[in-house]
Design a protein around this ligand. Structure first.
Ligand SMILES: Nc1ncnc2c1ncn2[C@@H]1O[C@H](COP(=O)(O)OP(=O)(O)OP(=O)(O)O)[C@@H](O)[C@H]1O
Length: 294
């Protein structure tokens, strides 16, 4: 009995030690990569994802190999069902690929144990979703800082001021969500993600619920964070105007990358949409790029 207890205790201790070691390893590896300025922040090799079986089998990702560069705003576009969200979820460790590998800062996300993955996500991966659900009783400032406070992480006030400045939120910090417009709320969501200083932020349709004016404010915020403050953003979008803010546009079709456009022009984006013959997606109206200076 005593022996069993001793073995159990040793197992628990070695498990704790291995988790500590894994956490430390993640921290050290990502720090070295960032300091070494490895130009690739995230990578997928031969990524496949199938859902269902037999007649219900769906190939969501079909041998996708791609690198995401640091300090870039990459847009992922493509028709509905082409695999955009699945790619993002597999890259961020929110879903597991059927085969192939996904890496963040050189660490293989696709085979990571749950606890290490949680640690990696907490430290190195940020998220912005289409719908932001701020805590209604908290102010904008409190909502922005909430994840850091929950994690007992220190708040870099200088960085906070820069982020809210770029987001144009200085005069809204003591407002509650009900006192903010949709665009302001989404900029609060972006500011929250920026505060974490993750290696990469995955944004899924960040302007999907916004009118074109509010979208512009959010996209300009994201673009400035990339250009001026070295952030790295991968954004899924159906919106051609959003893609005009990106340094690079990847186009997916049937789970494959069919185009990889570097700083695409208005005409390049139009051409992508001209090829999208899915009637569900409706006609596309793209305004000429007025503000872009890339
Ligand atoms: N959990 C799931 N179970 C079964 N099939 C799924 C699941 N998730 C996604 N799929 C299928 O995988 C394919 C890719 O889906 P995904 O959501 O990645 O596409 P998408 O390009 O993001 O689409 P949308 O633009 O409509 O959001 C689709 O055919 C979808 O129906």
């Amino acid at each position: 009995m005593q022996n069993t207890a001793a073995i159990l205790l040793t197992q628990v201790r070695s498990y704790d030690m291995s988790m500590l070691f894994q956490g430390g390893l993640i921290w050290e590896t990502t720090r070295h990569r960032k300091e070494g300025r490895d130009p690739v922040v995230a990578r997928a090799t031969d990524l496949c994802k199938r859902y269902g079986e037999g007649d219900n089998d769906v190939v969501a990702l079909d041998h996708v190999t791609v690198e995401f560069r640091r300090n870039a705003l990459t847009a992922i576009m493509g028709p509905s069902g082409s695999g955009k969200s699945t790619l993002m979820h597999c890259m961020a460790g929110l879903d597991t690929p059927t085969s192939g590998k996904a890496f963040i800062e050189g660490l293989e996300v696709s085979s990571m144990k749950q606890k290490a993955l949680t640690e990696l996500r907490r430290k190195e991966i940020g998220f912005i979703f289409q719908s932001f659900n701020p805590v209604p009783t908290l102010t904008a400032e409190e909502n922005i800082l909430l994840p850091l406070q929950i994690a007992h992480r220190p708040i870099d006030r200088a960085w906070f001021r820069k982020v809210v400045g770029v987001g144009g939120l200085e005069n809204r910090l003591d407002h509650r969500p009900s006192q903010l417009s949709g665009g302001q709320q989404q900029r609060v969501a972006c500011a929250r993600a920026m505060m974490e200083r993750s290696s990469v932020i995955f944004a899924n349709e960040p302007t999907g619920n916004l009118d074109s004016r509010s979208s512009h404010g959010v996209l300009e915020f994201l673009r400035r964070c990339v250009r001026e403050y070295d952030q790295t953003i991968v954004m899924v979008t159906h919106d051609p105007r959003a893609a005009l803010f990106a340094n690079r546009v990847l186009v997916l079709s049937d789970g494959r990358i069919v185009q990889d456009l570097d700083r695409p022009s208005y005409d390049d984006i139009l051409a992508v949409f001209a090829q999208d013959d899915d009637p569900q997606n409706g006609p596309v109206e793209v305004e000429p790029r007025k503000d872009a200076d890339q």
